[in-house]
Every structure is written in C-alpha cells, then in structure tokens.
Write a protein that binds this ligand. Structure first.
Ligand code: TYC
Length: 110
C-alpha cells in the first residue's frame, strides 16, 4: 500500500525527461477500537461469555480481558473496520439488554 508508482506522463516534470514518481492517494480506512466498560452488576461469567461469543476469544483470553475491565474500568476488546465495530457493539448491547444486564460496549476511532 502507498508504494510509489511510475506511469506514463503522469509525473509533474513538464516532460523534461526527469522522472518524478507520484503516488496515487490510497488512504487506508480508519480503524475503530471496541471498548468494554465495567459496572457493578453484570456477572463476570456473562462478560466472559460475551467475549467468547462475539469476539472469538478463547476462555483464558476472555477471562483476562474481563478482569482488566473489572479492575481498570475499561479495556479494548478488539480493533475493527467501522462496520464490523458497529456490528460488534450492537450485538453486545442487544445481548446484554436481552439478559437484563447493564453491560456497556462502545467504539472509538483509533
Ligand atoms: N464488575 C463486575 C462484577 O464485579 C464484572 C464486570 C466485568 C462487569 C467487566 C462488566 O465489562 C465488565 N460482577
């Protein structure tokens, strides 16, 4: 990505014969952190289950992130494209609401 390319007469040298490399602007799409927030009521096992189910983490990874959130108040669960991050947040919020837990999940531009 963003490698210089040379193509016919696309340079800016007014045909002096001096090769000038131009790079087409290909901006990488922005990435988004998905964040999990602590609360006093959501059971630890429920949070671990959410992390396994929606973020494909194994039990040890899920338990570790859950504990980080529990101790520090917030943690990054993963980094995704805007669409994927939005979907994960919606899935977690919907699942928590359906189980009547106040678990909060948000996203933030990296
Ligand atoms: N603090 C919760 C408890 O003690 C556990 C918890 C962890 C809740 C992570 C939310 O995102 C969270 N039951």
């Amino acid at each position: 990505m963003a490698r210089p390319t040379v193509s016919q007469d696309k340079d800016d040298d007014a045909d002096t014969g001096i090769a000038v490399q131009t790079r087409p602007k290909t901006k990488r799409p922005p990435l988004y952190k998905v964040l999990l927030l602590n609360d006093d009521y959501t059971p630890m096992e429920f949070v671990v289950h959410v992390l396994e189910r929606f973020f494909g983490l194994n039990h040890a990874q899920a338990f570790e992130i859950m504990l980080t959130v529990h101790k520090k108040g917030i943690a990054v669960v993963g980094v995704f494209s805007h669409e994927i991050a939005e979907t994960k947040v919606a899935q977690v919020m919907d699942f928590a609401r359906r189980h009547q837990h106040p678990l909060q999940c948000t996203m933030e531009k990296e």
